[in-house]
Design a protein. Structure first.
Length: 110
């Protein structure tokens, strides 16, 4: 089974992309749980947080700093926002490729 996020990264699958650089792609969640709901996805395929290696420390740090940059650009710093990693099926992870949820505005609990 091919990873949908890897297809988005390679532009084989459409997504509403809000940011991209050499390391990351950021796009709007197709099933948003808040007014602003972005997924920050590293281009390096890592299945879950549990699969991180020592060499990935900087990558995860950069994800958080990118979330901060996006929060500033979206003017939600003062309003507040949530950052969430879901890990494994029991933790709510649906796609087997690590990603960081950036959410702001009314958060829907489903």
């Amino acid at each position: 089974m091919e990873c949908i996020f890897c297809k988005i990264i390679s532009h084989q699958q459409e997504a509403d992309i809000v940011y991209e650089n050499e390391q990351f792609i950021v796009f709007k969640d197709i099933n948003p749980k808040a007014l602003i709901h972005f997924l920050i996805v590293p281009k390096k395929h890592i299945k879950t947080i549990n699969d991180l290696k020592e060499e990935d420390r900087e990558l995860v740090s950069e994800m958080i700093f990118l979330a901060k940059k996006l929060a500033i650009e979206q003017e939600i710093v003062e309003k507040g926002y949530s950052l969430t990693f879901n890990v494994g099926r029991g933790g709510g992870q649906i796609i087997d490729h690590i990603h960081l949820h950036l959410m702001s505005g009314e958060i829907k609990n489903e």
